[in-house]
Design a protein around this ligand. Structure first.
Ligand code: ADP
Length: 611
């Protein structure tokens, strides 16, 4: 049954009550209307007839009296007789009450007796007339009158009792109608309410199910019987809930799978990995982190506080770096590795940390990979040792080689042909280069073993600049590069290791000359900057691309494709030397517009003028 039909049906009891009420009212009204009508039809006519007959009798009696006494009579007796006759006929046709029939018969008989008497009095001799009137006519009149009165009384009584009856019937009807109306209304209301409640029950079930689904219980279903619109709606709703549950289970399954896959991926890494949230709490970690860093053992939720202090400091530093929006944290060298004690002995861990981004692009965490560089560092140490040994072993033979070539090239041991002189010159240049490399390697090993000792003295800046320029003069001439010295305006001294600062200057000048095309210009200068002297080596050479600028000071880093003078150690060693002096070193450069390398050395305290 459709919803509309059910709604209409729910109103039906009330409508039925209304109809019944209407029918009852109409019936009652028409019943009540019948009472007076009956009285009018049955009795009033008889009363009227009786009265008229009495009147006619009276008139006839008056005529008879006048006639008997010899006075002139008023009116025509024939007219009154016919009037009486007409009314008696009407009465004979309107017999309605018990006893009325007999009374009417009596009246008919007495009327005819009265007529006889009346006729006889008219035909009687006039002296007998009066006697006759009193002896015969008068008693006949009385009897006819009594019969008419009887009919009159009979009908008047009937009228009174009928009026009483209809009044009682009206009263009864009123009570009946009131009781019936109240009863039917109550019944109709109860039925209507019950049906409406029954009709609305499925809606309640449906809304309860909707609420449960909204609260996350995807197993809830609306059980609604029937074939109406609400049942159809419940059916559609259940289908939707099925799909939702299916989707939830499938997407949850996929999510779990993806999560397991990514956990398996980070677990397979041999290096410890920590995923931290913005507050520094550990969101996730891999198995290597659990074992190597002894985190999360014994069911305790892993926390950064459980890390060794040194490692904790590094993790904090890296996290702050990433959260400050400087991008991923990348280590610069093995120096940054932290040493921790683990079950497999000491381990060196090098941190690197990419940020975790939310969908909106904000940083929501940090992934810290602690690369285990223990083996790499051991190799590095081995390599350094080897390099140091080799460089050291090269020194003595190289010195005698240089000496021999020097003696030969200067023809101190005999004259040379032009060809031999050329060969000797080339050999001498290569020997110098080799010496430079060996010196670099030795410096490097000294720096790495922390054995760089500075022989500090007060050095006049101008002499430093000039001797540096002098060392590169011939190379500059060969490369047709102009070399300028711009010394500070006044005499100024620095506190430093002459030989080492000299080495830095020749390194920078050598690089500048090498990377400048013929016709270019190199300038070395210095000026006082606060408590330090700032040295600058400017060239108009090829410049350095931005991406290499940060890295050229790293050990063994060379710009790919650029002309090289050594093994990429020059700038690294130079910066170490400057830092050992308490200064800083840097570069400004743009491709095609030349480079400016600068460094600072603390200025020497001024000697008293007398000294
Ligand atoms: P190398 O001894 O191999 O030249 P350096 O450490 O001195 O190594 O220099 C590192 C790199 O820096 C070089 O490969 C070179 O390309 C680049 N470089 C150094 N100085 C200059 C300069 N003045 N102009 C252009 N490139 C330079």
């Amino acid at each position: 049954m459709t919803l509309r039909a059910k709604l209409i049906l729910a109103q039906a009891p009330l409508a039925l009550v209304l109809v019944l009420f209407g029918v009852a009212s109409v019936t009652t009204i028409s019943l009540l209307g019948q009472g007076p009508e009956l009285i009018l039809k049955d009795n009033y006519r008889s009363v009227l007839a009786a009265e008229r007959m009495l009147q006619s009798l009276e008139r006839l009696e008056a005529v008879a009296l006048a006639h008997s006494t010899g006075r002139p009579a008023e009116g025509d007796p024939a007219e009154w007789r016919s009037r009486f006759e007409k009314e008696l006929l009407a009465q004979e046709h309107n017999i309605t009450e018990p006893g009325e029939d007999a009374a009417t018969g009596r009246l008919r008989q007495r009327w005819s007796e009265y007529q006889h008497a009346f006729e006889r009095i008219r035909s009687a001799p006039s002296r007998e007339q009066l006697t006759y009137f009193f002896e015969a006519l008068e008693p006949a009149y009385r009897r006819a009158q009594a019969a008419a009165d009887e009919i009159l009384a009979l009908n008047q009584d009937a009228m009174a009792s009928k009026a009483e009856r209809s009044r009682r019937a009206a009263e009864q009807n009123r009570t009946l109608v009131v009781v019936a109306t109240i009863g039917a209304l109550t019944l109709g209301l109860i039925l209507s309410l019950a049906m409406t409640a029954r009709l609305l029950r499925p809606l309640g079930v449906l809304s309860q199910t909707v609420r449960r689904i909204g609260e996350g219980d995807l197993q809830a279903r609306a059980r609604v019987e029937g074939k109406d619109e609400i049942a159809a709606l419940a059916g559609e709703f259940n289908t939707m809930a099925d799909r939702l549950a299916e989707y939830r289970s499938s997407s949850l399954g996929e999510l779990l799978q993806a999560q397991q896959a990514s956990q398996a991926a980070i677990d397979s890494l041999p290096d410890p990995v920590l995923v931290l949230d913005v507050q520094g709490g550990i969101l996730n970690l891999n198995r290597a982190a659990e074992t190597m860093l002894r985190l999360g053992a014994g069911g305790v939720p892993p926390a950064v506080e459980a890390l060794e202090p040194a490692l904790r400091a590094v993790v904090e530093r890296v996290r702050i770096h990433v959260l400050s929006g400087k991008g991923a944290y990348l280590p610069h060298g093995f120096e940054e590795a932290v040493r921790i004690e683990s079950s497999e002995g000491d381990r060196h861990l090098l941190p690197r940390a990419p940020p975790l981004y939310s969908e909106q692009g904000g940083i929501i965490g940090v992934t810290i990979v602690l690369q285990d560089v223990t083996r790499l560092m051991r190799f590095d140490e081995l390599k350094n040792d080897l390099v140091a040994t080799v460089a050291h072993e090269f020194r003595t033979p190289l010195t005698s080689l240089r000496m021999a070539i020097h003696l030969c090239a200067d023809e101190l041991v005999g004259p040379l042909t032009d060809k031999q002189a050329d060969l000797m010159a080339a050999a001498r240049a290569d020997c110098e280069r080799l010496q430079g490399i060996v010196d670099d390697l030795l410096d490097l090993s000294r720096i790495q073993s922390g054995r760089m000792e500075l022989k500090l003295e007060q050095i006049e800046v101008r002499t430093l600049l000039e001797s540096g320029a002098a060392a590169l003069r011939s190379a500059a001439d060969d490369g047709r590069v102009e070399l300028f010295v711009s010394p500070p305006a006044e005499s100024v001294e620095v506190q430093g290791d002459r030989e080492r600062i000299q080495l830095v200057l020749t390194n920078l000048l050598g690089n500048a000359v090498r990377h400048t095309r013929p016709g270019g210009r190199v300038e070395v200068g210095a000026f006082v900057a606060g408590s330090a002297v700032r040295f600058e080596v400017r060239d108009t050479g090829e410049g350095i691309a931005r991406e290499h600028l940060d890295r050229i000071f790293e050990k063994s880093y060379r710009v790919p494709g650029a002309r090289s003078g050594g093994v990429g150690l020059g700038l690294f060693i130079s910066r170490e030397i400057i830092q050992a002096h308490g200064g800083t070193m840097g570069v400004k450069s743009e491709p095609g517009r030349g480079s400016t390398f600068w460094f600072t050395i603390p200025a020497a305290e001024r000697r008293p003028a007398a000294a």
